[in-house]
Design a protein around this ligand. Structure first.
Ligand code: DGY
Length: 325
C-alpha cells in the first residue's frame, strides 16, 4: 500500500505527478487555507504532509496524527513547525533551502531600489495625475550606488544579497551569529561588525536572519534610533523580527528615511497604519515567488517527503534525531 499524504495547498501539476508515483495523495487544490480543525481532521490518517507557512504544525496537531512520519515544509523558513515536538515524536521535518536564494535576494534588492527611489509612491502620484512636468528638485530619492549596505544574517540569501552589491560599488558590512569564513568575506568584500556598528553605519539595513524567539523584535524603537535618519530598512525575512508599531512611529517621525517590507507581523492582516505612509514600499510576502522558484520549492518538498516515506534520508532533513527514534 502506498503511503497516504496530505498536500495542504495548491501545488503544480508536475509536483502532483511525482507524488502520485509514490504516494496516495489528497491535495487541497482549491487553495483555501485549512482551519486548524480541518487540518487536524485531514491529517488524522496520513503518513506525511506537505505544508506551507500559514499551516501551524504544533504539538496539538501532532497528537491527533498518530501515523505522521514527515512534515515537508514548502519554504526555507520553518517557524510554523514545532521542530522539538516533531523530533520528540520521531517525525522528520524538511525545508527547501538553496532553490530560492537568488529570487529572494532579487526581491530584497527590488525593495531597496524601490524605497531609495520612492518608486511605489511616485507610481501612485503618476496614476493620480499629480505629475504636471519636470522639475529639478522633484521627488528626490537617494543613491544606492556607493552607499553602505548592512546585512543582518549572512546565510545563503544574505550572501546572495551581498554579491549583488558589487555591481553597485557598495561597501558591505554584516552581522551574523557566527562570522562567515574568511574566503567568503573576501569574495563578497564584506566586513563583520557588531550589531551596534551596523546600525550606526549602514545606509541600507537589510534583515535576512531566521525568525526565532531570539530574533523576535530584534529591531525595535531603540535600534531604529541608532540608525541614521537617512537610513532605509529592508525586511525580506520574517514578520516579527521587526516591531512593526515601532517602525511605523519611526517612519512617521523621521527617525529613519524609509522602509521596504515584504513581511509583517500578523500576516496577512498587516498594521493598517503602514497604508497611510508614503515612505514605505510594501509587498505581500513574495520573496521567493517567481514561477521557476516556486516550482522548484514544491518539487524539493515533494522529494524530501517521498525520501522520508521510502526509508531514505531526505536531502533537507532538519532534525536527524527524529530518524534515530
Ligand atoms: C521561505 O521559504 O521561508 C519564504 O518566506 C517562503 O516564501
Amino acid at each position: 500500500m502506498k503511503p497516504k499524504v496530505l498536500v495542504t495547498r495548491e501545488v503544480f501539476d508536475e509536483t502532483l505527478e511525482y507524488l502520485g508515483a509514490h504516494c496516495q495523495f489528497e491535495s487541497n487544490q482549491e487553495d483555501v487555507p485549512l482551519e486548524p480543525g480541518e487540518l487536524a481532521r485531514r491529517l488524522a490518517d496520513k503518513d506525511g504532509v506537505m505544508c506551507c507557512l500559514p499551516d501551524r504544525v504544533d504539538a496539538t496537531l501532532l497528537a491527533g496524527s498518530p501515523h505522521l512520519k514527515v512534515v515537508a515544509n514548502i519554504a526555507v523558513g520553518y517557524n510554523n513547525v514545532d521542530l522539538a515536538a516533531c523530533t520528540a515524536r520521531g517525525i522528520m521535518v524538511t525545508n527547501t533551502p538553496g532553490v530560492l536564494d537568488d529570487s529572494t535576494a532579487d526581491l530584497a534588492w527590488t525593495l531597496m531600489l524601490g524605497a531609495a527611489r520612492r518608486l511605489t509612491e511616485l507610481e501612485r502620484r503618476v496614476r493620480n495625475g499629480e505629475w504636471t512636468g519636470w522639475c529639478l528638485k522633484q521627488w528626490l530619492g537617494v543613491d544606492v550606488h556607493h552607499a553602505t549596505l548592512g546585512i543582518f544574517g549572512m546565510g545563503r540569501i544574505g550572501q546572495a544579497i551581498a554579491k549583488r552589491a558589487g555591481g553597485f560599488d557598495m561597501k558591505v558590512i554584516y552581522h551574523n551569529r557566527n562570522r562567515v569564513a574568511p574566503d567568503i568575506e573576501r569574495r563578497l568584500n564584506a566586513a563583520f561588525v557588531s550589531k551596534e556598528e551596523l546600525l550606526r553605519r549602514a545606509d541600507f539595513v537589510v534583515l535576512q536572519m531566521p525568525y526565532s524567539p531570539e530574533t523576535h523584535h530584534m529591531i525595535g524603537a531603540a535600534e531604529l534610533k541608532q540608525m541614521k535618519p537617512s537610513a532605509i530598512l529592508i525586511n525580506s525575512t520574517r514578520g516579527g523580527v521587526v516591531d512593526d508599531a515601532a517602525l511605523i512611529a519611526a517612519l512617521k517621525g523621521g527617525v529613519i528615511r524609509a522602509a521596504g517590507l515584504d513581511v509583517f507581523e500578523n500576516e496577512p492582516r498587516l498594521n493598517p497604519k503602514f497604508l497611510e505612509l508614503d515612505n514605505v514600499v510594501l509587498s505581500p510576502h513574495v520573496g521567493s515567488s517567481t514561477e521557476a522558484t516556486r516550482r522548484a520549492m514544491a518539487m524539493t518538498a515533494a522529494k524530501n517527503l517521498v525520501a522520508a516515506l521510502t526509508g531514505a534520508t531526505p536531502p533537507n532533513l532538519l532534525n536527524p534525531d527524529a530518524r534515530r527514534r
